[in-house]
Design a protein around this ligand. Structure first.
Ligand code: PMP
Length: 379
């Protein structure tokens, strides 16, 4: 019998007790019982977001939180800055355009991170800029941005800093309050180890003032409604009840392990994966100075068909990894090391990668990838 191991950058593996919580009978959301869940979820999220800001729960995937940020902050014609170094950076630009705002796009070579000085330059040129939209972990390339440095710059201006931490939160560091990030968007199905369907975003006082002043039309994503509900430990519409209940279970694990330990452990899994790729003679897509611990994007030799590699690993051996997106389709694979996985899952993934690469005719010594990862894990 085949198992299905998810080494994909979302959805991720869900722990057994979180799965069990998802199977509990549904409760009504306008009850003191569910209010306890909301309270627990918000407190736990504040711990992971490293913030005292209010956090709003939305029934949607991660893009819903991103759209909520855009449509609440920007009025038509407003200036914004977006950073495009991959698929998800592009999404910020698309969202801004959808709401008739005017984004200035910083195009970054895929596999590299934005130079914060470029953001400063644009903010100096256009001090009326309402918001700067960046990505913590660019999932299409495996690059992590220097949010701390970017926040330092944006903090000195009237612009609001919005971070897409959909895949990064709880996996790589994001010190919302200490660094001064105004809005952090995330979702249930990545680092939080839950099914998709729940998104969340934290909102600073500075951001909320811009939200109140915005003239843009909005309804379901209206964060003024979320704020009002938040004050009453409620949500404006029917929440994703089952996922909120399970979120409380997942958040207990963050507290029990401690965020710093969790991040360090993901770092080790990432290091082992990178060592395995290098030992196999493969290069890493992201540059060393911005390589992410969320996932490893591995460039494939020209004669290896990336689509076939991913399909064989999944359909023949039950190990799901992700292929490339956009112009990287077929050219890279992306192995995620987030969610409920450990070093043995990574070793399984690497050994499956080796087996499949051999079948596809790539020449290397069988076992070298697994051995390299083992060395990191046993150091
Ligand atoms: N941003 C990033 C960095 C992501 O990885 C994803 C999902 N892969 C999204 C946004 C979009 O999230 P969703 O598919 O949940 O809407």
């Amino acid at each position: 019998m085949k198992r299905n191991l998810l080494l994909t950058p979302g959805p991720t593996q869900i722990p057994a007790d979180v799965c069990a919580a998802l199977g509990r009978p549904i409760i009504h959301h306008r009850t003191p019982q569910f209010q306890d869940n909301i309270k627990e979820a918000i407190e736990g999220l504040q711990y992971v977001f490293q913030t005292k800001n209010e956090i709003y729960l939305l029934a949607s995937s991660g893009t819903g939180a991103m759209e909520a940020a855009v449509c609440n902050l920007l009025s038509p014609g407003d200036k914004a800055i977006t950073v495009e170094g991959g698929k998800f950076g592009e999404r910020w630009t698309e969202l801004c355009k959808a709401y008739n705002a005017e984004p200035t796009v910083i195009e970054v070579e895929w596999g590299t991170a934005v130079d914060p000085a470029k953001i400063k330059e644009l903010l100096d040129q256009a001090p009326e800029t309402k918001a700067v939209f960046v990505t913590l972990n660019e999932t299409s390339t495996g690059v992590v941005s220097d949010i701390e440095a970017i926040a330092k710059i944006v903090k000195e201006t009237s612009a609001v800093l919005v971070v897409d931490a959909v895949s990064g939160l709880g996996v790589v560091d994001c010190q919302t309050d200490k660094w001064g990030v105004d809005i952090v968007c995330s979702a249930s199905h990545k680092g939080f180890m839950l099914p998709p369907g729940l998104a969340f975003l934290s909102v600073s006082d500075k951001a909320y003032k811009v939200i109140e002043a915005s003239t843009n039309a909005r309804y379901y994503w209206d964060l003024r409604k979320s704020k009002k509900a938040f004050a009453a430990t409620d949500t404006p519409f029917t929440p994703a009840i089952g996922i909120v209940v399970a979120l409380c279970e997942s958040l207990k694990k963050f507290k029990a392990e401690g965020i710093d330990n969790l991040l360090a452990n993901y770092g080790r899994l990432a290091e082992g994966t990178r060592a395995a790729a290098r030992a196999l003679g493969l290069s890493l897509f992201a540059k060393d100075d911005c390589i992410s611990n969320v996932l490893t994007a591995i460039s494939l030799p020209e004669d290896v068909d990336g689509g076939k590699l991913v399909k064989t690993m999944r359909d023949t051996y039950g190990i799901s990894v992700a292929g490339g997106q956009g112009h990287l389709k077929g050219k890279i694979i992306r192995i995620s090391h987030m969610g409920c996985i450990d070093e043995y899952d990574i070793l399984t993934g690497i050994s499956c990668l080796e087996k499949t690469l051999k079948e596809l005719g790539y020449k290397f010594e069988l076992g070298v990838g697994v051995a390299a990862a083992q060395k990191v894990f046993n150091a």
